[in-house]
Ligand binder design. Structure first.
Ligand SMILES: Nc1ncnc2c1ncn2[C@@H]1O[C@H](COP(=O)(O)OP(=O)(O)OP(=O)(O)O)[C@@H](O)[C@H]1O
Ligand SMILES: [Mg+2]
Length: 309
């Protein structure tokens, strides 16, 4: 059973930059132990919202409460509870080695040197950076820098992990490794707040997602619930013989063209069975069936494009 406690509570969060409304009256609760996705087009306000949690940006009004503490007033205590993997690289210590960066960061959180070294080695091993332990950041590839940022976010073993596009620029193997890692950490009880432009990733991992655009919260819910509310399911039945003109399929939105019967809309299994039964009754033979459920990507576009109209 997951705890009912709220890990992150955005309360009427409002952030205005000169000439830009970045976040508009955002109210949203993320439960402890939840795997939550913050989605939205470029410039939607995702990173800004995350930066408020991390104490990097001051709200214009409203607040973010983390485990009952105000992210601005109780910055230090909140800082210890949260690990952030930023979207932009902030590995600017050109004089420290990869391992030293981790140890140094552990020091920020008051972790004793010996323990810091142990954790650094463990994380370097876990992220295949063992061979690069003595390298400088400038000597790392893009994907290696992403892995180091992830290790850095984990060094103080935070209960809340905030990952701003962790898989951007990651190769296939690294992407899968990050998915696996996020799932493991979540299974251990950590709350995960993820932003990503890979909606398939959000669909696969997140228990709930929020869709933001231009600072506004447009939708929130489990991916499966959001896709169910869309009308973009699609089934195509290839007919081996021609369909009679008066095929009766009341209430179903279908077309027959070039030997293919197409159904679209919100489709339940019964609808498809109904069609198959009707075809069987008429003696129409079928050569293939293709089915596609609406994907989060479809719903995302529907919601954000509808909003921008
Ligand atoms: N420091 C800043 N000063 C001025 N405007 C900013 C600043 N940071 C962000 N903005 C603006 O605030 C809006 C939201 O930006 P934000 O970085 O939060 O978007 P995002 O959802 O993370 O986008 P992306 O998917 O591109 O990372 C944008 O219009 C951006 O130009
Ligand atoms: Mg961003």
């Amino acid at each position: 059973m997951k705890a009912e406690r709220i890990a992150i509570s955005f309360q009427h969060l409002h952030k205005v930059y000169p000439n830009v409304l970045a976040v508009k009256d955002l109210t949203l609760d993320i439960q402890q132990g939840e795997f939550f996705g913050l989605l939205g087009p470029n410039g939607a306000g995702k990173t800004t919202s995350i930066q408020v949690i991390a104490g990097l940006v001051k709200p214009t009004s409203g607040q973010v409460i983390v485990n009952g503490l105000d992210a601005v007033r109780d910055y230090r205590r909140v800082h210890r509870m949260v690990g952030v993997m930023p979207q932009e690289e902030v590995l600017d210590s050109w004089f420290l080695s990869v391992r030293e960066i981790l140890v140094y960061n552990a020091g920020y959180f008051g972790i004793p040197a010996r323990e810091a070294g142990r954790r650094a080695d463990e994380l370097l091993e876990r992220f295949d950076l063992g061979e690069k332990r003595s390298a400088k950041v400038s000597e790392l590839s893009g994907g290696m820098k992403r892995r180091l940022l992830l290790a850095k976010a984990l060094i103080h073993n935070p209960e809340i992990l905030i990952l701003d596009e962790p898989t951007a620029g990651a190769d296939v193997a690294l992407r899968r490794q990050i998915w696996q890692l996020m799932s493991e950490l979540n299974a251990q009880g950590k709350t995960i707040l993820l932003t990503t432009h890979y909606l398939e990733e959000a669909e696969r991992l997140c228990e709930r997602v929020a869709i933001l655009d231009r600072g506004e919260l447009l939708a929130v819910g489990p991916p499966a619930e959001l896709t169910r509310s869309s009308h973009r399911d699609f089934v195509e039945i290839e007919l081996a013989s021609s369909a009679p003109r008066d095929l009766k399929l009341p209430g179903l939105n279908y077309t027959v063209e070039n030997g293919k019967l197409r159904l679209a809309g919100t489709l339940e299994d019964e609808h498809v069975l109904e069609v198959l039964n009707a075809l069987a009754r008429e003696g129409v033979k079928i050569s293939a069936i293709h089915a596609e459920r609406a994907r989060l990507e479809d719903v995302f576009l529907e919601i954000t494009q509808g909003f921008r109209k």
